[in-house]
Ligand binder design. Structure first.
Ligand code: IMP
Ligand code: MG
Length: 171
């Protein structure tokens, strides 16, 4: 396991993302929707760095099971509590990998007719994309590799770590 992004590096990048979001949504009160479980830590840090008011909700989906490879299907385990119709929505996930999760969630949320729908990911694994989906706000870009920590797990382990580690370069 090798250190990829330290706690300080993550904090600096999250602050920068929050500055851009605060500027882009100034005068509005978006609903930040975190994708559980992976995004719990990122959402917590991101919203605390914002200078605009937000509402917060979460959605839990299953896309990977306990392994490292995408199943290609996304199942909603716990849906939102908020009604997002007519609202500004910022969908927040930690990793954009194949794109199945963010793509499916974006389509699902779009059907509910929010006023705007933006996507924000901390890590974009650009080399892994199988679905044409791009995030509007991206923290870091990396080619490949399975990462853990800062909310991200492998078989539910490592989520609590405050830094992001490369578990293995290939899978
Ligand atoms: P996608 O559907 O393949 O884009 O994968 C996105 C989801 O899979 C995210 O919500 C993550 O929870 C998980 N995921 C993707 N890559 C990794 C990784 O490197 N480590 C841990 N979880 C990952
Ligand atoms: Mg996982």
């Amino acid at each position: 396991m090798t250190l990829l992004y330290s706690r300080e590096t993550i904090a600096a990048r999250v602050q920068a993302l929050a500055r851009v979001l605060s500027r882009d949504f100034v005068g509005r009160e978006p609903i930040v929707i975190g994708v559980l479980k992976g995004a719990f830590m990122f959402v917590a840090d991101l919203v605390r760095a914002l200078t605009i008011p937000v509402k917060i909700d979460f959605i839990q989906v299953a896309s990977y099971g306990s392994g490292r490879t995408s199943s290609g299907t996304v199942q909603v385990l716990t849906d939102l509590r908020c009604d997002i119709r007519g609202q500004d929505v910022v969908l927040v996930d930690t990793v954009l990998d194949t794109g199945f999760t963010l793509g499916a969630l974006r389509d699902l949320l779009a059907e509910r007719q929010p006023r705007t729908l933006s996507t924000c990911v901390l890590l974009d694994k650009r080399g892994q994309r199988q679905v044409a989906v791009q995030a509007d706000y991206v923290g870091f870009t990396l080619a490949d590799g399975f990462v853990v920590g800062y909310g991200l797990d492998h078989a539910e382990a490592y989520r609590h770590l405050d830094s992001i580690y490369l578990l293995s370069p290939a899978r």
